[in-house]
Design a protein around this ligand. Sequence first.
Ligand SMILES: [Zn+2]
Ligand SMILES: [Zn+2]
Length: 754
Amino acid sequence: MRVRGIVQGVGFRPYVFRLATALRLAGWVRNGVEGVEIHLEGSPAGLEEFKSRLETEAPPAASITAIDIEASGLLSLSGFTIQESDRRQHPTVRISPDLPICDDCLRELYDTRDRRHLYPYINCTNCGPRYTVILGLPYDRPRTTMKDWPLDDYCSREYHDPANRRFHAQPVACPECGPQYVLESDGLAQDKGHNAIKRAAELLRAGSIVAVKGLGGYHLACDARHAGVVAALRERKFRKEKPFAVMARDPATAGSLVDLSPEAEDLLASLARPIVLAPAVMELAGVAPENHELGVMLPYTPVHHLLFASGAPDALVMTSANRSSEPIAYQDDDARTRLAGIADAFLIGERPIARRVDDSVARAGAFGPVVLRRARGYAPGAVATFPRGRPVLALGADLKNTITLVVDGQAFVSQHIGDLEDYPSAQAFHETIADLVSMYEVDWGDVLVACDAHPQYISTGYASELPAAEKISVQHHRAHIASVLAEQGLWDKRVLGVSFDGTGYGDDGSIWGGEIFSGSVAEGFERVAHLRSAMLPGGDAAARWPVQAAAGFLSEVNHQHGLPDLSAGLFDFPERYRNSLEMVRKGVRTFPTTSAGRLFDAAAALLGFTRGVTFEGQAAAWVEHLATSAPAVDPYPFPFSGDELDYRPLLSAMMVDRLHGRDRSEIARAFQRGLAQGLADAIKSLSRFQDLDTVVLSGGVFQNELLMRDLRSLLGDGPLQILTNHAVPPNDGGVSLGQAGIAAVRGQRSGVSG
Ligand SMILES: [Zn+2]
Ligand SMILES: [Zn+2]
């Protein structure tokens, strides 16, 4: 039997051993190059029962995608054994993502008689680190960051006992032989072992900021209910407004902070233990300013549980340890240097982290669960099955970058890397490419590289330096649409694809982001409609200043309806607005755009967001926040005709209502409803005209949950099937998967694949 899926590093071989032994079957099991291989000999009834139970009783973290069975020669074996890994060919087995501590280990953690009582590195084959400790494949202890801690007799006995839960648990350790946690402050180790954790909990209770080493990097932790320390953290981290995530002690505490639907509860407790965005029910000062949602997660490592058990506050801000926008710190010396002046103390675990992996972010959305940042707990799991063929490496977009590597028909999406404009993120980008390419032993001579069509993207520039056999560039918004179809392996499905997004390089060199396509991954996507074009002063740089987008979009409105002076009075736009109008009038550094993200920015400016944004998507999130608190209102007009959605009546109505003193949240709601109504009208009309029954929605704007709920109520019960992202984000974090899908299908079918 060949078993494929996530079957290595999840306790699968001991499980097979126990099942085979119980059924009195002889044979062996081993990790092979494509999963787990099993040889069985015994009675037909026993073999039959093994087959029927193998999948249903598999360990919780295992995920089987295929079982191939063939007859083999009789070896007349007696007994069942676990064999060494097969290392002959290149490894395409899946690496398990990191796993949260399991219930058995949690019980032992608090059992005073257990050898691992209060031991922060307790784990077993069902739980613990995987991707963040793996240095190479196949997954065995000498190729993990635990290689420098030899097992003592106790751990070794468990490790070699097929009946034990820790049989071949590669990171297994105990307080006698394994790593420990140390508390450092003022550059000195103050406490070690459990005392270090107790001391950290005391510091957190006293209102300090503590850097805590977790699975994929350091967190900065502080009491989420302590406004003073939260403000201090923002100041020291140079993070003015972007929301912080909160780790709640237990599900009940999480439920007191946010409104959790049953789907959100499932997501929160799922094996990936992501940060779950849900409507906040209580204001935690400074944690998520001007945001109706709060991101919460549950403890997932033993050290998190021990902190809470030692009296840490029941809701902790747990934010990636970095200065604003840098990648998360994951190496001890780097953390000490970069976090000096931010953290009052460091809770440092001695086990090294093999690679940086941030927390994931997810939401139980209107169209099902969706991952908004794909990292710890998900990466590097395969997200999709592709046509088999040559390897494909897709480099993603420059913002919210991820990369995708397709090997032997499996698409592996990297963890969230970040914005490549930041030098440390660009370094992480190079490291991650090298990491995945070497991990899967991919030969550059075979690789088809896919990148964005933007000539100025850093990732595009990097593509041309790679020693790959062939390269193709993929238009940004087509990649968004393909990301949804790739998740489901729908290569030939003809769809209407709507990409409402921030910024992407269009076919005509202008800034796209409000595009509707028709077609399939296999035949390509033709642009059939778009947002009416506006002139955008400053081009891509306008994304930082909503009033700059407002100047561009409102200049168009001007010609039709007359534009009041917005730089004074009620609107009070800053000087930048007037300068931007000048740029549009003179045509200086001004570029045509159809970006829906910039339309949101213009709306935000009209609603009073006249300062600069401090993180991507902030203005749109602010509009949604305003709109969420409003009662039901009629939509503003956003008419669709020909191949254009016309924003002019929409913005014009907003401006008039503002001047008439209408409540801002009502205006925001009417804007959002107008957007949804206009888009739904366009979708209905185009799908009829193009004879399509399936619609794909992808792009950063669709992170707006209120827009998704409106679209669901407008389209959900109709004849159209709506497809959205689930496994990869609708934002630019999903672009690499879409690029890979288009490249793989085009590459295989055009005959260049050989
Ligand atoms: Zn465990
Ligand atoms: Zn995008």
